[in-house]
Write a protein that binds this ligand. Structure first.
Ligand code: NAD
Ligand code: UDP
Length: 326
């Protein structure tokens, strides 16, 4: 329990703080001694992810859907993360997703305007769409299907970036835009946890590991601890343009499947399935800006970071088996 108020202590709102990335960010901010408020409607997030902070005096949790206005009196910083992030989840809920990205973002910008808070958007390397240019610097405008099955997410995030920039231009709101790439680590959602979660779950269950398309599409995965450090450094900078926060090791999805299969004792076979619509083929964000402006680059190699992630899923499986009596 804190016995004094730290003069550097800030009051920080994290929207989507009960989710995968948000809960790791909350851990970091709480450990740094700040007051943290989470606003989350538990659409994909869980209270369990925040278990260790629920009764802490510097922590509060508001169950709130950000598509409705949120009224708080004092906030110094806002990390705006609320939004479903996994393709199967946002594709099944496109109206909710685009409403969260647009109306929700507008509500959070209004709150920043009222309180004078700095506000950071968790944008995504997905805004580059299916890129025609490799690697992707922040100056690349992207190649995006505005009516495709990913549009509620990738066009939604482009709209959110445009809203942030408009509030900066017109009202001088201090904005930050983090274009985050595929992150992995403990607390990846068990369902809809992206490719890493899917492959680990399939391998642990000795089920086929499904690779969509030919498996040559690339991703630069980063460990969630690296992503959090990059996001926090961006918030602490005074840089108002977008910055890529991404891994530097480029893997094909087939290589990732083979790596996970080799690390888990499994009888799973790798099986190719129909490609996903508009699946980005050559994703490789350029992180020169993050290196030079933020002095940030990822530290955790995939081959190291993946092992504790596999352990996390193994433990979840054991817990579920205990609950169901298996
Ligand atoms: P997640 O699904 O685990 O977390 C999202 C959180 O937002 C959940 O707790 C969910 O309940 C909450 N939420 C969603 N809509 C809401 C609403 N309308 N009101 C209140 N809360 C709402 O996803 P994540 O992987 O932690 O992603 C967090 C953010 O980071 C997202 O904005 C995502 O676009 C961005 N991002 C994530 C990755 C990644 O690899 N995980 C990559 C790029 C960008
Ligand atoms: N993918 C796959 N099998 C799966 C899940 C995903 O082959 O079970 C592929 C997907 O087609 C994409 C990549 O892995 O090319 C990353 O998918 P993810 O859903 O993690 O996120 P994305 O980067 O597409 O938003």
């Amino acid at each position: 329990m804190d016995t004094f108020t730290n003069s550097k202590e800030k009051r920080i709102l994290v929207t989507g703080g009960a989710g995968f990335l948000g809960s790791h960010l909350v851990d970091h901010l709480m450990e740094a001694g700040h007051q943290v408020i989470v606003a989350d409607n538990f659409f994909t997030g869980h209270k369990d992810n925040l278990q260790q902070w629920l009764h802490h005096p510097r922590f509060s949790l508001i169950e709130h859907d950000i598509t409705k206005p949120l009224d708080l009196q004092e906030v110094d910083e806002m990390y705006h993360l609320a939004c479903p992030a996994s393709p199967p989840v946002y594709m099944a809920n496109p109206v909710f997703t685009i409403t969260t990205n647009t109306v929700g973002t507008l509500n959070m910008l209004e709150l920043a305007k009222k309180t004078g808070a700095k506000i950071l958007l968790a944008s995504t390397s997905e805004i580059y769409g299916d890129p025609q240019v490799v690697p992707q610097t922040e100056e690349y405008w992207g190649h995006v299907n505005p009516v495709g099955s990913r549009a509620s997410y990738d066009v939604g995030k482009r709209a959110a970036e445009a809203m942030f920039t408009s509030y900066y231009r017109q009202f001088n709101i201090p904005i930050r835009i983090a274009r985050i790439s595929n992150s992995y680590g403990p607390r990846l959602p068990e369902d809809g946890g992206g490719v890493v979660g899917s492959f680990i779950k399939q391998a642990l269950a000795n089920k086929p590991i499904y690779v969509y398309g030919d498996g040559n599409q690339t991703r630069c995965l980063q460990h969630v601890s690296d992503a959090v450090k990059g996001i926090v450094k961006l918030m602490e900078s005074d840089y108002t343009h977008p910055v890529n926060i991404a891994g530097t090791e480029r893997f094909t999805i087939m290589e990732l499947a083979q790596l996970i299969k080799s690390l888990i004792e499994t009888s799973s076979e790798i099986v190719k399935k129909e490609p996903r619509q508009d699946d980005p083929r050559l994703r490789q964000p350029d992180i020169t800006k993050a290196k030079t402006i933020l002095n940030w680059e990822p530290q955790v190699p995939l081959k190291e970071g993946i092992k504790p992630t596999i352990e996390y899923f193994r433990q979840q499986l054991r817990n579920n088996n205990v609950e169901t009596g298996i």
